[in-house]
Ligand binder design. Structure first.
Ligand code: IPD
Ligand code: CA
Ligand code: CA
Length: 269
């Protein structure tokens, strides 16, 4: 078992380093490539991931690495694995919008033990270590105390494979829109989770996520006192489960009821 506190300083350092790379390219891109019809990748994604991977290999040669762009890059010899999204919110980034982040979670076996979501353009760095709470720019954060969906500000995201699931996505959004103060679509799942952790937002839900989108954000929410599960009942919150419902805990089941009203049980994996 690794002491996760010992990972905090290097986790922050490598996230800031990757953030600097993103900022060198922000609003200064020659273009982008397409991984799918609406799934983009830029030179910044690749450069930032290369820098993160090089850092981990240099400082923690025995640790495993799973990166969005490079896949499984090294296998862990001690159960510790870094889960990396070098640029979460690539579509925003490619259009010059500031809502993007470096997202790095660290797992020890099946458990997330540390996470950093660093939004260089917003100058916001969220950090969490298991058992030690969560912070934003060094200050302790907590989830909100909203106790009724009608007072909740919610955020969601739409998977790249949205065409196949359009009806259930629209129906769930409809229920959320009618029952809450509003629904945002900000375009970075990692930051969405971080803002739930900080109590700026009360609810985040999304289907079709990858582990690198959510590993860091999940520990932020739980360490800030919130709750993370699947959207459907009996699906635990886990980075390798491609759906998430994250709330302040208080309104979790009420929001889940709204997702069921919108037909969440018809979602496919
Ligand atoms: C995406 C963002 C977006 C979410 C997508 C993700 P990317 O990650 O987190 O908010 O809706 O599901 O894939 O491609 O920008 O790293
Ligand atoms: Ca992502
Ligand atoms: Ca990404």
């Amino acid at each position: 078992m690794i002491d996760p506190k010992s990972l905090l300083q290097p986790l922050e350092e490598v996230s800031l380093l990757a953030g600097d790379i993103l900022m060198r390219h922000f609003r200064n891109l020659d273009g982008y490539e397409r991984k799918g019809a609406v799934d983009l990748v830029t030179v910044a994604d690749k450069e930032a991931e290369d820098a993160i991977v090089a850092y981990i290999k240099r400082h923690f040669p025995g640790h495993g690495i799973l990166g969005e762009e490079g896949g499984e890059q090294t296998v862990s010899n001690n159960g510790v694995r870094w889960i990396i999204d070098p640029l979460d919110g690539t579509t925003n980034f490619a259009h010059g919008m500031r809502q993007f982040a470096v997202s790095i979670g660290i797992m020890d076996g099946e458990e997330i033990v540390a996470g950093c979501v660093h939004a260089p353009s917003l100058e916001e760095t969220f950090l969490a270590v298991k058992g030690n709470g969560a912070t934003l720019n060094g200050k302790s954060i907590r989830v909100s105390t909203v106790d009724n969906p009608k007072d909740a500000l919610t955020v969601t995201g739409f998977p790249y494979e949205r065409a196949e699931q359009l009806k259930v996505l629209k129906d769930m959004l409809g229920e959320i829109l009618l029952a809450t103060q509003g629904a945002l679509r900000l375009g970075s799942a990692a930051l969405d989770l971080a803002h739930v952790a900080a109590g700026h937002l009360d609810v985040f839900y999304e289907a079709g996520l990858n582990p690198w989108d959510q590993a860091a954000g999940m520990i932020l929410v739980t360490e800030a006192g919130g709750k993370v599960t699947g959207m459907r009942r009996n699906i635990p919150g886990h980075p390798f489960t491609p759906e998430v419902l994250a709330t302040n805990g208080i309104i979790h089941e009420a929001v889940r009821d709204l997702l069921y009203k919108g037909g969440v049980e018809t979602l496919f994996d």
